[in-house]
Unconditional design. Structure first.
Length: 496
C-alpha cells in the first residue's frame, strides 16, 4: 500500500511546485529498510530561488502588511487543511520516522496541531504598548513652551527566516517553524531533514488549499550546500534551527558575518531525580516510557536517572522488569511500543556509546544489543546502565537513543549538583511524595523546564527552551511570536 504524500515529486517555491535540480533521493522506512518514495532534492540554484521568493514576498507583501486577524484567518484555513489530513500524516510518520502508533498520534500529530491552534489564540492578543504622555523641554527653545508627546511600541516581523529542522519529530518541528514565523508576518524557507522530507513537503499542499500568498512559505529539501546558503545569505534575516548542539554552533558561526538573528532548539542530557520517598513502580514505568519515546530520539527526554541510594536496588529491579515487557518492532503493528532508530548510522552511534559505557565500568542491567528476530530495520534494545559516573561520556553526551544512565545520590543537594553538572540544560524531572520540596528543588535545576511527578502533560501555554548549550530562545507559550518579531518605538508630538 502506498504511503501518503510519498507521491510528491516536486519542491514548493513561490507558491508553485518546482522539480528538483538534483537527483531524487530514496527515503527508507527505518523499520523495514524498504524504499517508501523518492524525494525531490534542490541544489543551490533552487535554494537561491526560494530565498528570492521569500524576500520578494516580504518586501512587497501583502503578507507582512496584513492585520493579525487577516493572517490568522489564512492560518486557520491552513490548520483545517492539516486537520483534514491528520490520519494520512500519522500513517506517513509511522513509515517515515518509524515511530510507534501511540506516540505518533499523541505527540507527533495531535500535539503539534494543538500548539498551532493555541499559537493563533496568543497571536490575537494586542502586544502594542502605549507609554505615558510626557511634557519635555523643547531642545530648540529651552525657555519656551514644552513639547507634549508620547510613544507607541509596536512589534514587527523580522523578515525572511530560514527554518532548518531535524528528523525525530518532523511534523511538529516543521509546524513549530511555520506557525509562529508566518503568524508574526515573516516569510519562510523550510529545509527539512533528508531522512524525513515528505513530512515537510505535505505543507505545500495545505498552503495551496489555505490560499497562502506565493513566496510566504517555501520548502526546499537539499544537502549541506543548501543549508550553507540559508545561513550565510544576506537576504535571510534570521535562522531558526532545531537539531544537534554541534550543528547549532556551526549555524551560529555561519550566521555571524551577516549578523543574523538565530533561534536554536538544541540537545539535552536531562536528569530525572528520584527521591527517597518516590513511588518506585511509578518512577520505573515513567523511565521506561520516556526512554522508549521514538526509540529515545528526543532532545528533552530524561536519560540521566538520579536515584536515591536507599531505593536504588528496588528501582533497578523494577525498571528491568518493565523494560523486559516493552514490545519492540515494526510500528505498523499497533501493539508495538518502540520502533527503530532512524538509520544504520544512528544505530552505530548508539552502539558505540553502549560500548563506551561498558568500557567505563558502568554495569549493564538491561539491553545493550539488538532485539532478537528483527533482522531488518535499525532496531536496538532498551538499554539501562547502573553505577554510572556522572563524569563519564555516557552521562555527559546526548546519545539520542533509548539508553538510560542510573546514578546514585544520598542528599537532595547532591542530586541538584549532579543534575546541574552538564553542559546542557533543556529539561528536568523530580519524582517525590513531597511536592513542596520538589518545587523548591525544581527552582534550583538549571534547565528551561522541569516536570514534578510527570508534569501536566500539556505545554502549549508554557515557554519551552534551553539553558547553556541546549539552545537560544523559546518556543510555545504566550510570547512565542516575540522570537520572530522586533520592537519599534514610534515617537510623536501631541496637540499639534
Amino acid at each position: 500500500m502506498a504511503i501518503p504524500f510519498t507521491d510528491i515529486t516536486s519542491l514548493y517555491i513561490d507558491g508553485r511546485w518546482v522539480p528538483g535540480d538534483e537527483p531524487a533521493e530514496a527515503v527508507l522506512n527505518p523499520a523495514t529498510e524498504e524504499i517508501i518514495g523518492h524525494a525531490p532534492v534542490g541544489g543551490v540554484g533552487l535554494a537561491d530561488a526560494a530565498v528570492d521568493a521569500a524576500r520578494r514576498a516580504f518586501d512587497k507583501g501583502p503578507w507582512p502588511f496584513m492585520s493579525m486577524a487577516e493572517r490568522v484567518a489564512v492560518m486557520t484555513r491552513l490548520h483545517a487543511a492539516l486537520e483534514a489530513r491528520k490520519a494520512r500524516i500519522a500513517a506517513l510518520i509511522v513509515a517515515e520516522v518509524g515511530c510507534s502508533q501511540g506516540i505518533t498520534w499523541a505527540m507527533q500529530v495531535q500535539a503539534p496541531l494543538d500548539h498551532f491552534r493555541d499559537a493563533m489564540v496568543h497571536a490575537m492578543r494586542d502586544t502594542t504598548v502605549q507609554l505615558p504622555i510626557e511634557a519635555t523641554p523643547n531642545p530648540m527653545n529651552p525657555e519656551g513652551p514644552q513639547i507634549l508627546g508620547g510613544t507607541t511600541v509596536v512589534r514587527e516581523p523580522v523578515g525572511v527566516i530560514a527554518g532548518i529542522t531535524g528528523y525525530n519529530f518532523p511534523f511538529l518541528l516543521n509546524l513549530s517553524k511555520i506557525g509562529p514565523v508566518l503568524l508574526a508576518g515573516n516569510t519562510l524557507i523550510l529545509k527539512p531533514s533528508a531522512f524525513t522530507p515528505f513530512s515537510a513537503l505535505l505543507f505545500g499542499e495545505a498552503a495551496d488549499e489555505a490560499g497562502l500568498p506565493p513566496g510566504v512559505l517555501n520548502i526546499v529539501n537539499g544537502g549541506p550546500e543548501v543549508g550553507q546558503l540559508l545561513t550565510t545569505d544576506p537576504r535571510v534575516d534570521m535562522v531558526s534551527f532545531t537539531g544537534s548542539e554541534a550543528v547549532g554552533a556551526a549555524i551560529m558561526a555561519q550566521a555571524s558575518p551577516t549578523l543574523k538573528r538565530v533561534h536554536l532548539e538544541l540537545g539535552g542530557k536531562s536528569a530525572l531525580i528520584i527521591r527517597h520517598d518516590a513511588d518506585v513502580q511509578k518512577a520505573a514505568m515513567t523511565v521506561v516510557g520516556m526512554l522508549s519515546v521514538n526509540a529515545g530520539q528526543g532532545c528533552a527526554l530524561l536519560t540521566r536517572l538520579l536515584v536515591h541510594n536507599s531505593i536504588r536496588p528496588a528501582f533497578v529491579e523494577t525498571v528491568k522488569a518493565f523494560a523486559a515487557m516493552w514490545k519492540i518492532g515494526d510500528p505498523a503493528d499497533p501493539s508495538v511500543m518502540m520502533g527503530p532508530l532512524i538509520r544504520e548510522s544512528q544505530r552505530a552511534k548508539v552502539e558505540h556509546y553502549i560500548q563506551m559505557g561498558l568500557d567505563s565500568g558502568a554495569r549493564l542491567i538491561h539491553g545493550g544489543g539488538r532485539p532478537a528476530g528483527l533482522d531488518k530495520g535499525f532496531f536496538t534494545e532498551l538499554t539501562l546502565f547502573d553505577d554510572v559516573d556522572n563524569s563519564s561520556v555516557i552521562a555527559q553526551d546526548e546519545i539520542f537513543g533509548p539508553v538510560g544512565c542510573i546514578i546514585g545520590f544520598d542528599t537532595d543537594d547532591e542530586a541538584i549538583q549532579i543534575a546541574n553538572d552538564s553542559r546542557y540544560g533543556l529539561n528536568g524531572g523530580i519524582e517525590t511524595a513531597d511536592a513542596a520540596t520538589g518545587y523548591a528543588m525544581a527552582r534550583r535545576i538549571r534547565a528551561g523546564s522541569v516536570m514534578i511527578n510527570g508534569g501536566t502533560g500539556k505545554m502549549s501555554f508554557a515557554p519551552i527552551g534551553g539553558y547553556k548549550r541546549s539552545g537560544v530562545g523559546r518556543e510555545y507559550g504566550p510570547d512565542w511570536l516575540k522570537e520572530f518579531t522586533q520592537e519599534k518605538s514610534i515617537f510623536y508630538p501631541v496637540g499639534r
